[in-house]
Write a protein that binds this ligand. Sequence first.
Ligand SMILES: *Cc1c(COP(=O)(O)O)cnc(C)c1O
Length: 378
Amino acid sequence: MEQLYRETWIEVDKEAIKQNVASLDRLHHGERQIMAVVKANGYGHGAIEVAKAALDGGATVLGTALLEEAIELREDGIVAPIVVLGRTDASGAGVAAKLDIALATFQREWLVSAKEHIEPGHSLKLHVKYDTGMGRIGVRSIEEVQEVLTAIDEESCLELEGLFTHFATADELDLTYYKEQQHRFDELVNVLKSENRQIPLIHCANSAASMRFKDACYNMVRFGISMYGLLPATDLEAELPFSLAPALSLYSHLSHVKHVNSGSKISYGGTYTATQDEWIGTVPIGYGDGWIRSNANGGEVIIDGVRLPIIGRICMDQMMVRLPKEMPVGKRVTLIGEDNKERITIEEIADRLGTITYEIPCLITNRVPRRYVQKTLS
Ligand SMILES: *Cc1c(COP(=O)(O)O)cnc(C)c1O
């Protein structure tokens, strides 16, 4: 393994990922394929290691947003089916066909252009995207879906592998809009069934839908955020059929410890003033690592099982915390995760920052090394 000098790192527990996939598989009685969604470098966790853990846990398909992300998995030797869920430029059709990577499609002109890039002897697998109400990408009417399907039928180098849609509100407590979208998708599937159309993979559910509406998932679910052990929405915990095991922890250490007199100012702008003689610790992580400045607004870290406040402004590479007493340089600091029964969750941080769980691990840049462990979970 490559030598790491930096003592700020993310730890990803591959066992947690396996367990979350296995829990979902159990909920669905092993009857549905599970696509592990590993876009955006596996939601910041590391796409390749997450993909391998998910496949170990029972996932059978991998999902990315970009063709580049799919190619990276293939180049690492991963042979599982891969679907690119976003739009790919038609010029990518050739390499996708060659590497057996399925692409999403929803434009007839795109099909015309894509087939020009496919070498003789290869064929491109396609998943037709139906927009039932997300308003992002996808065909908007049943007639247009039929046109796209006919265009695929007409080309021997194009192969229909899937049909899918994406929900805008499956993680909300109010189910009205989710039900409308589900109804529109069911309607399309029924029309295609009545025409005896064979579509190997029909999928609509993201994490929230796959856990809450398990009987409406057709034959594959797309498991993203909750595969990482995170809630799709922080008010959804009571709605979920099994508990999630968070995979990501973020650790650093004390790089400097000092005693300051009452009245001393700390960090840029001098916004923090010690109100008494205090012990201050420096932690080598900052907004240049994606640990954004707003983490200072009420944010805490854990040392020895005790929560301690982040004080003053967060710098690009460092920040300061107030210590209860003198502590040695090198002491472990937990920013996300558990230390001696005290825990800081990504849900807590997302709520404090006024954002969603998804954004927190995605923010942590590649300057922070990812280390992988396999913990045995209780
Ligand atoms: C990202 C994404 C998912 C995964 O959603 P989660 O809420 O993270 O489970 C599923 N489907 C599509 C099309 C996506 O873009």
